[in-house]
Design a protein around this ligand. Structure first.
Ligand code: ASP
Length: 339
């Protein structure tokens, strides 16, 4: 018999409207089971672990990522797969963090939630939950079909660390333009076997340290020196620099000088693009050649969510900055396509 652990963290899926304030607040798991009677007809076992308190995903934190990893580690042998019910707002950050924190994963960890609460007439919660469970339980020749951290939403399965929340209105809340979807749910559940990660014969390893001292510098034409300085010289170990197009920045002397000084003072600068599709290619234009020479690290086609959590993971676990820079430019969990 297949066993799946549902970890209910909160999010719209189980929220109800507070009659006093009229705002949506998380409610316990009974709300979900009462509204999805189909759960009783599944031909595999599931158990539920509920967070207390349940949270809106805007309140997720590295401490909660660590608690999730500990919970999965404790239950890893007992269950064939895991479904995490989670608010959609920061779901891609959690999925990305878990992908880095759990090395050599050989079981599915499927995050899902919904845009409308489960008791709504037009809710998307039922389909998302039932299919996420199907995917978490899916096996072929005794092995998990999708041994990855994924997001299932609106009939599509995404690699978690390739996804981002794209739409707050439509049921199609997530996209993953730099990587193909891993499964589509129609009449049949069609898995894209070629793109699903294949686990090696190595034991799973759980990492529980993260360092969240990460800064962000989002560039725009006309950004002034004091804004750039505030980002570069704040008390952080690494800065994600969100650049234009294929990794380009202004070539103004004051700007390049500030970048050079920050690097010489030990700051790690990771270049990711403001574009959602395509990759950073340092040296393709004059406007990025000098960045490469100075030691700016390329994030290739990583999402912002993957970049933040990869930095948290690497700074939490590795002391040597050179090694961190090297691993940032290495594809660790399918999060980037190297050019
Ligand atoms: N604010 C909610 C959350 O992220 C939205 C959702 O669940 O979709 O928890």
């Amino acid at each position: 018999m297949t066993n799946v652990l549902i970890i209910y963290t909160g999010g719209t899926i189980g929220m109800v409207t507070d009659p006093k304030t009229g705002v949506l607040v998380p409610f316990d798991f009974d709300q979900i089971t009462d509204n999805v009677p189909e759960l009783k007809r599944l031909d595999y076992n599931f158990k539920v672990y509920s967070f207390d308190p349940l949270i809106d995903s805007s309140n997720m934190s590295p401490e909660i990522y660590m608690a999730l990893v500990s919970l999965i580690q404790k239950n890893y042998e007992k269950y064939d797969g895991f479904v995490i019910l989670h608010g959609s707002d920061t779901m891609s950050f959690t999925a990305s963090a878990l992908s880095f924190m759990i090395e050599n994963l050989d079981k599915p960890i499927i995050l899902t939630g919904s845009q409308l609460p489960v008791n709504g007439i037009r809710t998307d919660a039922k389909e998302n939950l039932i299919t996420a469970l199907e995917i978490a339980a899916a096996k072929k020749k005794g092995k998990a079909v999708v041994p990855e951290v994924c997001i299932y939403f609106d009939y599509q399965l995404f690699r978690g660390n390739r996804s981002f929340k794209y739409n707050s209105d439509k049921f199609e809340a997530f996209r993953s333009p730099n990587f193909p979807v891993l499964a589509e749910a129609g009449v049949y559940l069609q898995f894209n076997k070629n793109d699903i990660l294949k686990p090696g014969n190595v034991p799973v390893k759980f990492h529980k340290k993260l360092d969240s001292e990460i800064g962000v510098l989002k560039l725009y034409p006309g950004i002034s020196p004091h804004i750039v300085k505030a980002a570069l010289f704040s008390d952080c170990k690494a800065i994600i620099m969100e650049t234009f197009g294929s990794g380009n920045t202004s070539t103004a002397k004051w700007f390049l000088d500030l970048i050079r000084i920050a690097i010489s003072e030990g700051k790690l600068i990771l270049n990711i693009s403001q574009c959602k599709v395509g990759s950073v290619e340092l040296g393709r234009y004059e406007t990025s050649r000098q960045l490469k020479e100075m030691g700016v690290v390329s994030g290739y086609d990583m999402t912002f969510e993957a970049a933040v959590t990869k930095l948290m993971f690497l700074f939490g676990n590795i002391k040597n900055k050179k090694k961190i820079a090297e691993l940032l430019e290495t594809n660790l969990r399918g999060e980037m396509t190297l050019g």
